[in-house]
Design a protein around this ligand. Structure first.
Ligand code: MG
Ligand code: MG
Length: 250
């Protein structure tokens, strides 16, 4: 069952989302060649704690980090490590979750490290575009498939692989609630209603859609080792425009 959020729930969600956005703002400042993903994790932890929130991912199913850091061909769930040092030309997908007042904000962004190649830049730009195409369909009266289809259309235009095994999800008191949201059309006619909150999160690959999980049981990578990008916002369906929960409050 998909639960509707009350006005009070939404206030807390928005606060959690603001803290996630603050953490991303900091990540954008500090991502550069030479920094390790472990250092990024420590900095993210500091921002989340300074804002009296809880890092949602830490300990989630045993995950050892505060954030997920996935480099280049890694898609999602990369574990922060002192041995992973960013290099010029890399990309890094950082996924951040913060819990505040019992509610979760969840947002991911792929950042360039220094200067990246034009084709990888296009992958980032297109994946971000597919996120916002999906968000634009988060309207009362639409169905889940409308969001999935909007994402798929942008991805297909560039012939990118759409990751099949992972997708968006309801968010609230738990990070993963119903419904599951595919990033391609599956014929899901579930109606969107005001008060629904969904993390929309396309993961697009420059090559094939197939991915595999590493021996650490977490890190997901493309099987052809081509780069992958991941952009995610937690979004509220209203009676009017969709509202992004995971951006900075004015
Ligand atoms: Mg996430
Ligand atoms: Mg998510």
């Amino acid at each position: 069952m998909i639960n509707k959020k009350s006005r009070d729930d939404v206030k807390r969600l928005r606060h959690a989302g603001h803290i996630v956005a603050l953490t991303h703002k900091k990540m954008k400042e500090v991502v550069e060649p030479g920094i390790s993903t472990k250092e990024l994790d420590a900095i993210a932890m500091q921002v989340i704690k300074e804002n009296r929130a809880i890092p949602t991912f830490l300990g989630y199913n045993g995950f050892p980090g505060c954030i997920c850091t996935s480099i280049n061909e890694q898609v999602v769930h990369g574990i922060p490590s002192e041995n992973v040092i960013l290099k010029e030309g890399d990309i890094i997908s950082i996924d951040i979750g913060a819990t505040y007042g019992g509610f979760v904000g969840d947002s991911a962004w792929t950042y360039p490290v220094g200067k990246i190649s034009d084709d990888v830049q296009k992958l980032l730009k297109t994946t971000e575009e597919s996120l916002f195409a999906g968000i634009s369909k988060m309207r009362e009266g639409n169905v889940l498939d409308d969001i999935s289809g909007a994402i798929e259309e942008v991805a297909k235009r560039e012939n990118y692989g759409i990751v099949r095994q992972y997708g968006g999800h309801g968010v609230g008191r738990s990070m993963h609630e119903e419904p599951f949201l595919f990033n391609y059309k599956v014929g899901d006619r579930t109606l969107l209603k005001h008060g629904y909150v969904i993390a929309i999160e396309p993961m697009l690959n420059m090559g094939v859609d197939e991915v595999e999980v590493a021996d650490d049981d977490w890190t997901v990578s493309t099987v052809d080792k081509k780069p992958s990008a991941h952009f995610e916002h937690t979004v509220l369906c209203t009676e009017d425009e969709p509202l992004i929960m995971t951006k900075l409050m004015e």
